[in-house]
Ligand binder design. Structure first.
Ligand SMILES: [Zn+2]
Length: 344
């Protein structure tokens, strides 16, 4: 009776969601965020707790369960009210089995069945997803790509690396072996800069926030003249963008190079997937049109001329909330598709 009363439908868009309650968990190397999110994708409350990286996976799972309870409580919900919990986690996952394959920043998580462990700890059905995929799903659901006509979206998050999420026909694309949607490791420069993955010339070695900073710091160490040589090392990407905006030659060259490779990546993404939108997230996007104008110019310079490209290239809109909102969206999607049994 109560369960029936709790279910209502929203017809505000074709991305119709049953009005249920979800917890989205965003697991990082130093903390876990939990968001209480309703069936419309509205973030009701968010909490953040530190994770203890050296106490093992079971201890972190218990901390995640506690964060979920705190978020539910702050939203005025009991855990029994929560239909499902979604988890966004870094690194490769075995999506079908809900298993973390590897997680460099937290001890004891290699081949750890986080989905089922958290379900045991919380008593709620859970779904596990890669964090970049979850963030892309958030933008698709209620962010920059929330337009119901938009069904094909690629999102690149420019941070330590270049996180990638692909939504095709309204669903997250995983590939066959759990290694899909790793756009940061598309090779854009054969025999180029070495990448932590073992390849050379990966997109992220030219265009992630960390690598942009590394390229500039290396140039400064080599004695290249720049207004940034007066700044305390290591110089960060936001300082590089500020210097570029002031016309600093070194900063501008590295920013232009990053934008050029991102434009090249957009062309390749379009040829392969033909998405309606390519979104960029992460701190570098705070540079706004200073970055996006350069990416669009590079895209136009490199793209084919067989037909008009109608893809829209622009910023994501949910910022740091995308992780928890997207994880909740993943839980919703898992319920809809029958991957997990429905909660209350
Ligand atoms: Zn790589």
């Amino acid at each position: 009776m109560l369960a029936i009363a709790a279910v209502a439908w929203s017809f505000s868009s074709s991305k119709v969601h049953v009005m249920r309650r979800y917890i989205g968990l965003d697991l990082g190397g130093t903390n876990v965020k939990a968001g209480a999110v309703d069936g419309d994708g509205t973030l009701i409350h968010k909490v953040s707790r530190p994770t203890t990286r050296d106490r093992g996976a079971d201890a972190v799972t218990a901390e995640m369960a506690e964060a979920a309870r705190q978020a539910a409580q702050a939203a005025g919900w009991s855990m029994d009210d929560v239909s499902a919990i979604g988890i966004g986690a870094p690194g490769p996952i075995d999506f079908d089995n809900g298993v973390i394959v590897a997680m460099p920043n937290l001890d004891g998580f290699d081949h750890y069945p986080l989905r089922d462990k958290l379900a045991q700890a919380t008593g709620r059905p859970c779904e596990l997803e890669n964090d970049a995929n979850a963030a892309a799903y958030a933008e698709f659901w209620v962010g920059a790509a929330r337009d119901p006509k938009v069904r094909h979206v690629v999102m690149l998050t420019l941070g330590t690396g270049v996180g990638t999420g692909i939504i095709m026909d309204g669903h997250i694309f995983h590939g066959a072996f759990g290694n899909g949607a790793e756009g940061g490791h598309m090779i854009v420069q054969p025999h180029g800069r070495p990448c932590g993955c073992g390849q050379r010339g990966c997109l992220e070695t030219y265009a992630s926030a960390s690598h942009v900073a590394r390229i500039v710091n290396d140039a400064l160490d080599a004695g290249e003249a720049s207004s940034l040589s007066r700044v305390e090392r290591p110089v960060e990407s936001r300082q590089i963008f500020a210097a570029a905006a002031q016309g600093d030659t070194l900063a501008l060259r590295v920013v232009d190079q990053a934008a050029d490779y991102l434009g090249v990546a957009c062309v390749s993404i379009c040829r392969l997937l033909d998405p309606q939108m390519i979104l960029f997230a992460g701190g570098m996007t705070l540079a706004g049109d200073f970055l996006f104008d350069r990416i669009r110019v590079a895209f136009d310079r490199h793209r084919w001329n067989v037909a008009e490209d109608r893809v829209r290239i622009g910023p994501a809109t949910l910022g740091n909330d995308a992780g928890v909102i997207g994880a909740a969206g993943v839980a919703w999607d898992a319920l809809q598709r029958g991957r997990i049994a429905g909660g209350s």
